[in-house]
Write a protein of this length. Structure first.
Length: 164
């Protein structure tokens, strides 16, 4: 008997079909950006993992006997869109239509959570993959060591609108 708190592989596949996106928890715009980046070879990895969970220490506040504790443990974890591996390097990747404040914070937080949860592992590089980058924040991404991969200008509008 399976736990009622777990999503089965079949349910996950059905949800993905209904959402019409192939990557767990990426929305349609994120998916279009990621697919364009892959198609253009702008981010190359030997292998990738999607929807990688980190953190969730807030679930410690939920009593161990609470029937919904497994649900809270899952919900409070942060979800990295993509973890890419290239040689000995690891990349925590946030995919967004626009690289703005939230993407910057997510990239930094994912990198630090990875270090905390994987002692002894090489510190990953943080990367934001996007169609557009907020020009005010571009130097801040750089200052915090977050790589930004941006679609070519002529393609960004088509990808965001769903024409490409």
């Amino acid at each position: 008997m399976t736990s009622p708190h777990l999503i089965t592989a079949g349910n996950l596949r059905a949800a993905q079909v209904l959402r019409r996106v192939p990557f767990p928890h990426m929305g349609p715009a994120d998916t279009r950006v990621w697919q364009a980046v892959l198609r253009l070879g702008l981010a190359k990895f030997d292998r990738v993992e999607y929807d990688v969970r980190l953190g969730g220490s807030g679930s410690e506040l939920v009593a161990g006997h609470e029937q919904h504790k497994p649900m809270w443990e899952s919900l409070l974890q942060k979800r990295v869109d993509v973890v890419g591996f290239r040689g000995k390097e690891t990349f925590v990747v946030e995919v967004k239509p626009v690289a703005g404040h939230s993407a910057l914070g997510q990239c930094i937080a994912y990198r630090e959570l990875w270090v905390k949860e994987k002692p002894g592992a090489v510190k990953p590089r943080a990367m934001c993959v996007c169609a557009l980058v907020d020009p005010d924040l571009a130097p801040i991404f750089q200052a915090y060591g977050v790589d930004v991969v941006v679609l070519p200008a002529g393609l960004a509008d088509d990808v965001l609108s769903g024409r490409a």
